[in-house]
Design a protein around this ligand. Sequence first.
Ligand SMILES: Cc1cc2nc3c(=O)[nH]c(=O)nc-3n(C[C@H](O)[C@H](O)[C@H](O)COP(=O)(O)O)c2cc1C
Length: 305
Amino acid sequence: MPDLAVTLNRLHLANPVLVASGTFGYAREMAGFVPLARLGGIIPKTITPLPRIGNPPPRTVETASGLLNSIGLDNDGLDAFIEKHLDYLLGLGTAVIANIAGHDRDEFLRMAERLGRCQGLAGLELNISCPNVSGGVDFGVDPEMTASVVRGVREVCGLPLVAKLTPNVTDITAIAQAAAQAGADAVTIANTFQGMSIDWRQRRPILGNVVGGLSGPAIKPIVLRMVWQVARKVPVPIIAVGGIDGIDDVLEYLVAGASAVQIGTANFYNPSLAGMLIDQLDQALASAGCQNVREIVGTLQIPQR
Ligand SMILES: Cc1cc2nc3c(=O)[nH]c(=O)nc-3n(C[C@H](O)[C@H](O)[C@H](O)COP(=O)(O)O)c2cc1C
């Protein structure tokens, strides 16, 4: 069988299939559906310094081939994560990458410093891209703010760092470049796309927060384009996330230049998918004649005209 291990600078994963933040709870909920130890990695829900109740309901609505959510980083805060969830997660036998969001740079740094002292985490994903936090600064829309958070975290925390980028920008390559130069080991492309949904009969927005983030198969072609653009321009490993629903989606992202992928929205309607994709990846790579998964990364060929 092909070797599935991937190395993204300092981040080492047994295979390239991870589960995305906010779509897999703290993994307990999913234990009956997926052999958790088989996953390439688990990224639990974003942690903020203090508990947050999130946005008013309704917080999700289905759209054509997608899901719109405005959860708003509902979580119990950093203390509760460390006390209630971390030991369980670290006992699962797979890489655990904590995902954090701060309102300002200092909050990112303080959380990173504390999590860096917790033994056993494989890495830290910086959510500089949540579209649902009113009043929060969207660091990921600006190269300088992105660099400042990544550089600061790198100085106070020894864990491998992944910057999770927002797709709600004109040129994502500039943001990826800034993250890489500031010391990110990898970038995750991407968080959700800002969108909204309206009940026109009532003349009202459907989401309690009015706007939300779009995910699911609807966004895949756009994220695929972004992954390819970043892979061509920026020498940083990419973790692709957006609309993965089957093994062909995984391989498309790898061929476009991603070194690993995350499964997000599909966990809600097919909670066994991530485990199945790892088995299917083995077979797909073997039938493509690959000895290891690295061989297929970035192999897109553009026909010359
Ligand atoms: C209900 C829901 C909650 C999410 N919560 C988070 C979160 O807390 N932190 C984060 O970084 N991304 C969060 N995301 C974004 C996903 O991790 C992922 O980047 C995005 O949904 C695109 O992937 P997908 O199309 O496979 O879902 C959330 C997505 C959904 C659908």
